[in-house]
Design a protein around this ligand. Structure first.
Ligand SMILES: CC(=O)N[C@H]1[C@@H](OP(=O)(O)OP(=O)(O)OC[C@H]2O[C@@H](n3ccc(=O)[nH]c3=O)[C@H](O)[C@@H]2O)O[C@H](CO)[C@@H](O)[C@@H]1O[C@H](C)C(=O)N[C@@H](C)C(=O)N[C@H](CCC(=O)O)C(=O)O
Ligand SMILES: Nc1ncnc2c1ncn2[C@@H]1O[C@H](COP(=O)(O)OP(=O)(O)OP(=O)(O)O)[C@@H](O)[C@H]1O
Length: 491
C-alpha cells in the first residue's frame, strides 16, 4: 500500500501533522483529500515551515513531489493509516497516560469535565480534550474540533506523557470515529452516554449515526466500556460491543451493573447515589441541575472505578469535598440574581437536550418556565422542528430567536423551529424575536421572582457566527445586562 515516490534520502521524522499551518520543523506532512481542498495543495507551505517528508495519495502526488522532499504514496485511503502512523511515531501505543474516552449524543463534555474534576480532586494530573477546552495539565491548547485529528491527538497524548500527566480524558465525537481521528488509540475505559436525534446532516439516518458511535467499542479502540442504558441505543451497544461491558442506568427499574438514583434537586446542584455491588455506594452531588447531569456524574465515577482506581479513595475524596467540584462551561449555568427569577443558560442544541434541561428546570420552578431558544445554521435541519416541539411542550412562554445562522438565512431557521413549536402547542404563548439581545430582554421583562428563565442552544462563546462573520457576543454577559437593566441585582 505504501510506495516511495522519489529517490529518498534518509530523513529523521520528529512529528506528524495533517495541517500545513501547524507544521513544525522535522514533521511528516500528510497531504490528504478533504471536502474543500486536497491537502497536497499546501505541500510547498508545509515544506517552507520545515516538513521533511510528505505522505499523500495518487491525486496529490504531483503537487507533493514538486515540494522537493521525499514523498510517500498511499494508494488507498491515506486517512486510514494516519492514526497508526502517528501512534508509531509518537510511541503512544505504550507511552501514554491512563486514557478515558466518552461518546454519545449528549453529556460527553459534561462527563469528561466531571472526570477531570474528580481526578484532580484525587490528586492526579490530568489532560483534557472537549468541545469547550483542550488542556495538558495547566497548559491550555487551542482547539477547534471536539476531537482533534489523529496526528494532533497522538501528539497531545505524547506531550501529556512527557509532562507526567496521569490521566487523559477525551470527548469522542461520532465524526471522530467516522473520520479515523481516534485510530491508534486504545482507550483504557470508554463510555457511551446516550443516543438521540442529532447530526442527520452528516449521517443518512439514526442507524448510521448509531453505527458510527458503536465503532468506539471494539478491541482496536477500547479495553473496557461503561455503557449507559438510559436510551434504547445503550442496550444495543451493550449487546454488540466487542469489548467487556459494564452497564449503568439512571432509569428506575432498569437492571444494570451500576445504578444512579437521585437524592435531591436544588437550583445549583443535584445530589445522587451511584451504586454497584462490587464497589458499594457513593452518595455525592454535581454542582449543576438535572437528573441527566447526575447520570453523567455517576458515569464518571463508574468509569474511574472500572479503570482501577480504589472505590474507597474516590468515596473519601467525594466526602471530603462535598461532591464533584467541576465547572461546566456553558452547561446549565446558573446566573446569580438576588431575590429574582432563576436564570440558566445552557449550550444544549438537540431535542433531547432541550427536553432534559426543561424537565429539571420545571421540577425546580414554582412559577412559569420562560424559554429563549434557537437553532444553529449549517447543521442538521431536521432537528429544528423537534427542538421547537420540545421547547414548546416544556415551557410556559417560548421566545424563538437567532443563534448561529452561519451561512443560512436566519428567518428560515426560526420558521422551522416555530413550526414545530406551534404544531405541538397551537394555543401556546410562542413568540418570535429575531435579535437575541431583544429576546432575552423580553424574557426578563416577563419574569417574576417565582419564574425561571432558560436560554438554551447557544454555546458559551465570545461570538455568534452570522453570514460567515463572527460577531462578538456573550450569552452570559447579555443575560446579566438584561437582568441589570430590568432592575434585578446580579452579583
Ligand atoms: C467534516 C469534517 O469533519 N471536516 C473536517 C476536515 O475537513 P476536510 O477533510 O474536508 O478538510 P479540508 O478543509 O477540505 O482540507 C483538506 C486538508 O487540507 C489541510 N489544509 C487545509 C488548509 C490549509 O491551509 N492547510 C492544510 O493543511 C486540512 O488540514 C485537511 O487535512 O478536516 C478539517 C481539518 O482538520 C476540519 O477543520 C474539518 O472540520 C470541519 C470544520 C467541521 O465542521 N467538522 C465538524 C463536523 C466536526 O468534526 N464536529 C465534531 C463534533 C460534533 C459534535 O458532537 O457536536 C468534532 O469532533 O469537532
Ligand atoms: N445525559 C444527558 N442526557 C440528555 N441530555 C444531556 C445529558 N447531559 C447533558 N445533556 C444536555 O446536552 C447539553 C450538552 O451537554 P454536553 O456538552 O455535556 O454534551 P456533548 O455530548 O458534549 O454535546 P456537544 O459536544 O454537542 O456540545 C447540556 O447542556 C444538556 O442540555
Amino acid at each position: 500500500m505504501l510506495a516511495l515516490h522519489s529517490e529518498a534520502p534518509d530523513v529523521l521524522l520528529t512529528g506528524i501533522t495533517m495541517n500545513s499551518r501547524d507544521v513544525e520543523p522535522g514533521d511528516l506532512y500528510l497531504g490528504l483529500p478533504g471536502a474543500r481542498f486536497h491537502g497536497a495543495t499546501f505541500a510547498k507551505d508545509a515544506v517552507a515551515r520545515g516538513a521533511v517528508a510528505i505522505l499523500t495519495d495518487a491525486s496529490g502526488a504531483v503537487e507533493a513531489t514538486a515540494a522537493g522532499v521525499p514523498v510517500l504514496l498511499v494508494t488507498e485511503s491515506p486517512r486510514d493509516i494516519a492514526g497508526d502512523l502517528a501512534a508509531w511515531l509518537y510511541g503512544t501505543s505504550t507511552d501514554r497516560p491512563l486514557t478515558l474516552g466518552v461518546t454519545g449524543t449528549n453529556g460527553k463534555t459534561s462527563t469528561v469535565h466531571f472526570l477531570d474534576a474528580l481526578l484532580t480532586q484525587l490528586g492526579r494530573k490530568t489532560g483534557l480534550s472537549s468541545t469547550a477546552e483542550r488542556r495538558i495539565g495547566d497548559e491550555v491548547v487551542v482547539s477547534s474540533l471536539t476531537t482533534p485529528e489523529a496526528p494532533e491527538l497522538h501528539a497531545l497524548l505524547a506531550r501529556m506523557h512527557e509532562v507526567d500527566v496521569d490521566a487523559a480524558v477525551l470527548e469522542v465525537s461520532a465524526h471522530a470515529l467516522t473520520r479515523h481521528r481516534v485510530d491508534g488509540v486504545v482507550f483504557d475505559v470508554s463510555a457511551f452516554t446516550n443516543l438521540s436525534h442529532d447530526h442527520l446532516d452528516d449521517y443518512a439516518d439514526m442507524d448510521e449515526y448509531f453505527e458510527a458511535k458503536l465503532a468506539l467499542f471494539t478491541p482496536e479502540r477500547s479495553r473496557k466500556a461503561v455503557v449507559s442504558l438510559d436510551t434504547p441505543a445503550g442496550f444495543a451497544v451493550a449487546e454488540r460491543a466487542g469489548v467487556d461491558v459494564v452497564t449503568i442506568s439512571s432509569t428506575p427499574g432498569v437492571a444494570s451493573d451500576w445504578t444512579v438514583t437521585i437524592d435531591d434537586e436544588k437550583p445549583d446542584s443535584t445530589a445522587f447515589t451511584v451504586h454497584s455491588e462490587r464497589a458499594g455506594s457513593f452518595s455525592t452531588r454535581v454542582p449543576v441541575i438535572g437528573r441527566h447531569m447526575a447520570a453523567n456524574g455517576g458515569l464518571a465515577i463508574a468509569m474511574l472505578v472500572e479503570a482501577g482506581i480504589s472505590p474507597n479513595e474516590i468515596r473519601s475524596v467525594l466526602d471530603r469535598d462535598g461532591g464533584i467540584l467541576a465547572t461546566l462551561p456553558g452547561r446549565s449555568v446558573l446566573v446569580p440574581v438576588v431575590d429574582g427569577p432563576a436564570v440558566y443558560v445552557d449550550a444544549g442544541h438537540s431535542p433531547d437536550a432541550f427536553a432534559k434541561t426543561l424537565e429539571s428546570v420545571r421540577s425546580l420552578t414554582r412559577g412559569r418556565v420562560i424559554m429563549v431558544a434557537g437553532a444553529n445554521g449549517d447543521r442538521d435541519a431536521l432537528k429544528r422542528p423537534e427542538m421547537g416541539r420540545e421547547a414548546a411542550l416544556g415551557s410556559d412562554v417560548l421566545i424563538i430567536t437567532d443563534h448561529q445562522p452561519r451561512s443560512e438565512d436566519p428567518a428560515e431557521i426560526r420558521s422551522a423551529v416555530l413550526a414545530g413549536a406551534r404544531e405541538a402547542k397551537p394555543d401556546g404563548d410562542i413568540r418570535e424575536i429575531a435579535a437575541p439581545e431583544l429576546a432575552i430582554r423580553a424574557a426578563v421583562a416577563e419574569a417574576t421572582a417565582e419564574d425561571t428563565i432558560l436560554w438554551a442552544g447557544l454555546p458559551e462563546k465570545e461570538y455568534r457566527e452570522v453570514a460567515g462573520v463572527k460577531i462578538p457576543f456573550s450569552v452570559l454577559d447579555e443575560t446579566r445586562a438584561a437582568l441589570t437593566e430590568a432592575g434585578w441585582v446580579t452579583p
